[in-house]
Structure formats: structure tokens, C-alpha cells
Design a protein around this ligand. Sequence first.
Ligand SMILES: [Zn+2]
Length: 230
Amino acid sequence: MFFFDPLWLVFAVPGLLLGIWAQIKLHHAYGKYSKVPVDSGMTGAQAAREILDRAGLNNVPVEEIPGQLSDHYDPTKRALFLSSDNYHGQSVAAVGVAAHESGHALQHQAAYAMFNFRMAIVPVTQFASMAYMGIFFAGFIFRSYFPTFIWIAIGLFCVMTLFQLVTLPVEFDASRRAKEQLFRLGLVHEHERAGVSKVLDAAALTYVAALVSSVLQLLYLLTLARDSRR
Ligand SMILES: [Zn+2]
């Protein structure tokens, strides 16, 4: 686990390539549709405001934050944060991303089970990723305890993988809600549907790639644990 292992490459490379491919796809789709003006002429911030207000979420603020694609909904603050490009952008991509983040606010309001479950396991996931680093270094120093450490590492990694697994339905559902509202409220027209879908599907693919990477890494840890018992 702690020295270079060619087997590690076998498990790490597919996830890494999938991750890079997903990022390229996202930047391509986002780059393309952030240059396509939306017919309604709305900015991302206006579209989000409209979706939230229509759902009775007038108390959820829409704020601007720096960074590219740093857009997110913060359930603890009950606030929506849009990157400057999407906050001010009047493009198919900006309105699509803004609607997706609004979709998370709608999930929160509806007490969507997967959203609540994901929120509930955030602290334990944060603990697991920190502890995993600790175990990594402890295992390096106390190598004779490797068989014990490896199982602790696997346990911690299971928690991190579970989090990524739960993230998938939450993300797909937020995009589904986003599209529903965009068309119902007339913020996006029928011929703009494909553009919105391409941007949101590409964003979802990055979460799929992260999950695949995690599962492969977990399988690698399991092969190490099996080998250490021989
Ligand atoms: Zn999301």
C-alpha cells in the first residue's frame, strides 16, 4: 500500500482517465452553451430567483461567489451561491446551472430522502477522509500492523464511497427538477432543451467518474487486504 505497486496503476488509471474525460466533456459543453444566449434573456441569478420564488422559497438568497463552476446550494445557510459567470450570464449554460442549484433548494424544501441522507453523512464523511490520511501515515510508520490498518482504511474508504454513491441520485434529481421548472415557468424554450441537458448531463458525469474511481480504489485496498493474509 505504501510503496509503489504496479497493481495500483491497474486500479487507478481507468478512474483517472474517466475523470479527465468527464472534465473535458464538461468544459466543452459549458464553454459551448455559455456562448449561446437564452431566448428569455434572463441571467442565471434571475432564473434561480424565479424558480425559488415560485416555490415559495423567497427567504433563500441568491448570492454571487468567485471562481469557475463554484456554484452550489448550501443547506446549512439555506442559500444559493452562483459563480460570477452564471450569476450574470444570460446563456443557456448559466440558466441551466442556476436552475440545477435551485433544484437542490427544492430537494431541501421537499425533504427529499436522499438529499437528507447525504446531508446527514457529511460530518462522518469529513471525519473518514481525514482519518484515512492519518491511517495512511500510521501504516507507513508501523508497517508490522499492516493487516489491522488495512481493514481500518477499508472501513473509512467505504464511508467515502457511500457518500459518492448517494451523491449520484441527488445530482440527477436536482437536474430533473431544474429542467421541469425551467420549462414549466417558460425560462427556457423547447429548442434550448438539448443545450441545458448537455451541460447538466456533463456535470453529472463528473460525479459518476468520482464514484468509479472510489470503487476501483476500494477494490485495490481489498486485494491488498487479501494478499496480506497469505
Ligand atoms: Zn448539484
